[in-house]
Structures are given as structure tokens and as C-alpha cells.
Design a protein around this ligand. Sequence first.
Ligand SMILES: Cc1cc2nc3c(=O)[nH]c(=O)nc-3n(C[C@H](O)[C@H](O)[C@H](O)COP(=O)(O)O)c2cc1C
Length: 166
Amino acid sequence: MATLTRDPHGTRDAKAGHDVERGSFRVTSSHLIYFSSVSGNTRRFVEKLGRNADSIPLLPTEEPLLATEPFVLVLPTYGGTGGHGSVPKQVIRFLNVEQNRKLIRGVIGAGNTNFGDNYCMAGDIIAAKCHVPHLYRFELMGTPDDVRRVNEGLDTFWTRLSQNQN
Ligand SMILES: Cc1cc2nc3c(=O)[nH]c(=O)nc-3n(C[C@H](O)[C@H](O)[C@H](O)COP(=O)(O)O)c2cc1C
């Protein structure tokens, strides 16, 4: 297991991938992090991008993920009544970790236009809560055009971000 660079919760020392009180994390330096349920649409889209990517675990029994580098989050919407519960609970759990929240730089929403006004609502919610841009929306596993546009967009996004930091 990789070594943590800092305390994921900002409250206590963490070392060697193990937070003494809260258990261990799987550490990732990927700039693309996604969540996908058992239907796997989002995973298939991300695989088509051909980029290094890591996934937020589906099951609570799996080790939670800890980001160590800035990342863009790709997530599907699973809406209930009035958009309640749109953000998958696995993603909420991931973003409840302070270090993950600090490193998110943008969001890409996946969904289905059949859901009308709630299309990709989870992306809107995360963008508002984390104060990051909702960079793109796509349906199901995305089209070849979505893949091309997201790849070009991510290249531009990361280039601009690194220029702004210098
Ligand atoms: C129960 C259920 C609720 C959904 N709610 C929404 C929704 O509110 N808005 C939306 O855009 N898509 C909604 N979708 C569509 C999913 O976001 C879409 O199928 C997505 O590709 C699933 O990604 P995954 O297979 O990676 O989990 C819903 C799908 C299901 C099964």
C-alpha cells in the first residue's frame, strides 16, 4: 500500500495508508476518478477515454479511496423524488473525506435524458457543493463524439489549470 502524504481528515496523523481511528484507504494519484454502479455504463465510458483512472468502490466492505492529486470526478445520477438522493452514497462517502474534497477540480455528469430536468443532476449538485465546474454531461456510456470531446476538454482543462498555478 502507498504512503499517505497527509491526514485525510485534517485532524490526526496518518501514515502508510492507515488512519489509526478510521481504518485504511486505497491511495490513488489518478487525475480521473469515477463511480459506476453494477450496470457499468460510466466505467465503460471512462475505459474508452484511455486515460489512467481510478474508481470509487461500490461496496462499503471495500477499502475507501483517497486521492493524492487533483482530479476530475465522473459520476452518474441516481435520482429519487424531486432529485433527492441523486448523488450515489458511495460518492458522498468519498467526498466526506476532507482530502478528497480539497483535490476535486471539476465534475463530469453521466445520466439519461429520459429523466428530463433531473438529467445529470448529481453533477450539478457536486459542482455547486464543491465549487468546481460541471465540465460535461453525457448519456449512458457516451458516444464516440463524447469520448473525443471529453478527451480534448480534459487536455485543455489540465493545461489551463497548470498555467494558472504558475
Ligand atoms: C433508478 C435509477 C434512477 C436514475 N435517475 C437518473 C436521474 O435522475 N437523472 C439522470 O440523468 N439519470 C438517471 N438515471 C440514469 C443513470 O444515471 C444512467 O443509467 C447511468 O448511465 C448509470 O451509470 P452506471 O451504469 O455507471 O451506474 C437513473 C437510473 C436508474 C437505474
